[in-house]
Design a protein around this ligand. Structure first.
Ligand code: ADE
Length: 235
């Protein structure tokens, strides 16, 4: 998200920007590590293009995606953080030619994130969530969840739609619009990847209101703290 990028850019040293396919790729060193920061764009196609460019044009050795998501799983609340262990495209349906959700000709519906990369991000997220002050409306600190995140080209903003996704995919913790596309591209190129999302809404009838307020106030703070902590710990 723009707000996340805006929070991270001041920390980027020796920064240089390259515009490609309408995207600004920001190259430099962040917390001592060489990185490329870029907005993914919204939706699966935008995310797939961005991931391909990161790998093919900028030789990214690993890809980390941060952003926000709608909470689906029980107990996945606004302000919590979800680390993907697997991703699936909930709007992929080439049945009856292929089983529902399976990406045709790959033989699978679920794409696993890189375990080592995800573990190191998890450790950074745990350190940060313990220290970031939480919203006064919350009684407890933000929780970290890990498991299945589902992606599709649809902003889920009704309780009925959220319930339908829960019924179809009971293991899904959160829904967003890019992660599974990134997963498919990284699997094609054999690059490790991880996806970390802050929950901005419950994918229900108030999702659009919660979403906007949340990104500016909470998600960008989480992302900056977690990404910088994670990179610093790699040194
Ligand atoms: N990203 C954040 N909230 C979302 C929602 N409710 N549906 C899809 N993507 C989202």
């Amino acid at each position: 998200m723009h707000e996340e990028l805006r929070a991270l850019l001041p920390g980027l040293h020796a920064a240089q920007s390259v515009n490609l396919a309408g995207r600004d790729f920001h190259l430099g060193t962040l917390a001592g590590q060489p990185v490329v920061l870029v907005l993914s764009g919204i939706g699966k196609v935008a995310a797939a293009t961005t991931a391909t460019l990161l790998i093919q044009e900028f030789a990214a050795q690993a890809v980390v995606f941060t952003g926000v998501a709608g909470g689906l799983g029980e107990g996945v609340r606004v302000g919590d953080v979800v680390l993907a262990r697997e991703l699936l495209q909930h709007d992929m349906d080439a049945s009856p030619l292929f089983p529902r959700f399976e990406v045709p000709l790959t033989g699978r519906a679920r794409f696993a994130t890189d375990a080592a990369l995800s573990d190191s991000l998890k450790a950074a997220a745990q350190r940060c969530l313990a220290s970031i002050p939480h919203d006064a409306a919350r009684i407890t600190a933000a929780c970290l969840h890990e498991g299945l995140i589902i992606s599709g080209d649809r902003f889920v903003s009704s309780a009925v739609d959220a319930q339908a996704l829960r019924a179809l995919l009971p293991q899904a913790l959160a829904v967003e619009m890019e992660g599974a596309a990134l997963a498919q591209v990284c699997a094609d190129f054999g690059r490790p990847f991880a996806v970390l999302r802050t929950i901005s809404d419950r994918a229900d009838d108030t999702a659009h209101v919660d979403f906007s307020r949340f990104i500016a106030e909470v998600a960008s703070v989480h992302t900056r703290a977690i990404v910088e902590d994670w990179l610093a710990a790699l040194r």
